[in-house]
Design a protein around this ligand. Sequence first.
Ligand code: UGY
Ligand code: MN
Length: 252
Amino acid sequence: MPPLTQTAATRSILTPTHLLHTPESFVRTPLPGLTGGLAIVHACPALGARFLMYTAELEPSATLAPCPNQRFLYVLSGTAQLTLEDENYADREPPTHQLRPGSYAYLPPAANARIESQDASRLLLLEKPYESLPYTDPPSLLITHEDEAPQSPLEGAEALQVRTLLPPGPAHDFALNTLTYAPGAALPQVEVHYMEHGLLMLHGEALYLLNQTWYPTQQGDFIWMAPFCPQQCIATAQGCKYLIYKNFNRTP
Ligand code: UGY
Ligand code: MN
């Protein structure tokens, strides 16, 4: 029996203000609506997060049924097909969209969208109940590719490029962005804000400050940051890129 003081063989760590969830500790489970695949749940209300974020690992021909909440999906690897099974298409073939790495979709709560993997694929999914606003139309369905999303330097720093994947404006109650850091680039400040984050490191490596601790992080790592968790990121010599969720556009 190892001594009780032995360090756990994982970089994962959970504190009241953050979760660092690293691949050697991922646990795969079935989820309702997911056939022919398994999910790695990174964040959900049981954690204290007000959203569900998971990676769906799909075998060829696996399917993901529509869900009652709004959903955002981003293709990490492989290819998939999205079919809009609406009653408008009862007398003809419903439209399908081919998704490849970097393709993403925003599906409003009522969207009857079925996803089917074409080869083994990995999708990142975000789901949460939609918070409507008076006098504001809810967002419409969007299916596109990251290469089409607007990109700009964060606060003028060319070494840190942000792509905003969802249209601006109050219709959306969350934001999903990718941040790409050149080698050695850093966030311009330690941030403390009311929004919470779900972050997946897509490429490279970075040192990430969460509350008062700096963690080495790398491709495949997930981070949940509670509201007001102090945060900062400095890319290593490899640079890095991550996808990040935050609640947005609503009175805190
Ligand atoms: O949008 C954000 O708050 C972002 N800059 N935070 C982060 O990268 N940790
Ligand atoms: Mn932030």
